[in-house]
Design a protein around this ligand. Structure first.
Ligand SMILES: [Zn+2]
Ligand SMILES: [Zn+2]
Length: 407
């Protein structure tokens, strides 16, 4: 145990001491609060201020922390106590993490155990223990490719909204692999800096589709055609998203898909082309016999849930939030947080691009690990076996509590 932690710590030291590993400085570095978790004592040191990336690098190479963070916020005095810092503004930040997305695989590889009563289960960790109402859990997770793919799809929706609905260019939207099971999206634009927590909550509600009004309240009501008049989708933002989503659904749905959302009438599946053209494009929602406006509304709600971006809402609304620093290592994987161009979301492979340790091999005793890919190699599955592994893989397994350095 001790030897394994020492091994990982040594690798983190090597990483931070190697000048060829670039750690990019965030903009306005000297106005940000920095914080880091010490590797051995697991102690969080906060309220640090650095005047340049050189000073920061010096501290990182001395201490080799487990995790390094900086504030999304800019302060007059980033090193003062919270209430005396003098908040000047903050980046707009979104966090997409497989921890919050119900994937089909998390029931297989994620486990949680309540620290208070020992209640345990598989899948997403609950916020509150159903047995003792405790809120602390020991979790065992795995950064699997399916999880990353789910997070990637949610990130794509978020980028699309920022780009097409909010009007930020793709160059203004900074996208990062988080180093674990997700992505961070930062907007560091002057126009978002002064937004308060409430304004950020409005943006979160937009992204998640919360409170989205499906019926137009201002539309004139006509006897008998009440909802048809009020349900009118235009070609921008969420309306466009619903329109395209409903179109896709009608084009591709099976009877089973209809049943899943509680629809028992299959009239939608006959003459799909005509129906999309007439109903969705022309807004003649009542023109298919047996399919009411209520049915379309139900379908719209279903599409809204599909199209909403599953972001961690607390991260965006917290204007004092600390976020992992670009170029630093994630203590749960040994992978780095890496930026890549927004348009490369689907091309960037974190299991290659975020690998920090490219050299050497080490012998480890692996308790259990699923099959995984790292740096172009397919490894595992392993169960109670001793193997010589590339350092990056060994570090990840040790960080995940699935292996120990073998003597
Ligand atoms: Zn409990
Ligand atoms: Zn998974």
């Amino acid at each position: 145990m001790e030897a394994s932690r020492d091994f990982v710590y040594q690798k983190f030291c090597d990483y931070y001491r190697d000048p060829s590993n670039t750690i990019p400085a965030p903009i306005f570095l000297d106005q940000r609060e920095f914080g880091y978790l010490t590797f051995k004592e697991r102690f969080m040191i906060r309220h640090q201020r650095f005047t340049g990336i050189g000073n920061l690098r010096a501290v990182l190479s001395q201490t080799a922390p487990s995790d390094v963070y900086h504030s999304c916020a800019y302060y007059e005095n980033p090193d003062f106590d919270m209430d005396k810092k003098g908040w000047l503004g903050a980046d707009l930040v979104f966090d997409v993490d497989a921890d919050h997305i119900p994937t089909s695989c998390n029931k297989i590889h994620d486990e949680f155990t309540c620290s208070k009563c020992g209640f345990s289960g598989r899948g997403i960790t609950p916020e509150v223990c159903p047995v003792c109402e405790g809120t602390k859990f020991v979790t065992k997770t795995w950064p699997c490719e399916l999880c990353i793919q789910s997070a990637r799809e949610e990130t794509a929706k978020m980028i699309d909204m920022l780009n097409n609905d909010f009007g930020f260019s793709l160059d203004e939207v900074h996208v990062f692999f988080s180093g674990h099971r997700g992505y961070h999206v930062h907007v560091e634009n002057e126009s978002v800096r002064s937004l308060d927590s409430m304004a950020r909550k409005e943006i979160v509600d937009y992204a998640t589709g919360l409170g989205l009004a499906l019926l137009d309240k201002d539309a004139k009501e006509k006897q008998g055609k009440r909802n048809a008049k009020k349900f009118n989708l235009h070609n921008f933002g969420w309306n466009k998203r619903l329109k395209v989503g409903i179109q896709n659904f009608v084009q591709n749905a099976s009877k089973e898909d209809l049943r899943k959302i509680g629809l028992k009438n299959y009239a939608l599946l006959k003459n799909r082309e005509t129906i999309t053209a007439r109903c969705v494009n022309e807004g003649r929602w009542e023109s298919v016999s047996g399919v009411s406006v209520q049915t379309w509304l139900k379908l719209a709600e279903y599409v809204r849930d599909l199209q909403s971006a599953k972001i961690d809402t607390v991260v965006t609304t917290d204007v004092h939030r600390l976020i992992r620093m670009n170029g630093t290592l994630h203590g749960k994987t040994g992978l780095k947080k890496v930026e890549f161009p927004a348009r490369n979301l689907y091309d960037f492979d974190p299991f290659t691009g975020a690998v920090a340790f490219k050299k050497g091999e080490v012998k480890v005793l692996i308790s259990d690990a699923p099959e995984f890919k790292l740096n172009g190699q397919t490894l595992g599955p392993y169960r109670n076996e001793t193997k010589e592994l590339p350092v990056a893989a060994a570090v990840m397994l040790i960080c995940k509590g699935r292996a120990e350095v073998a003597n």
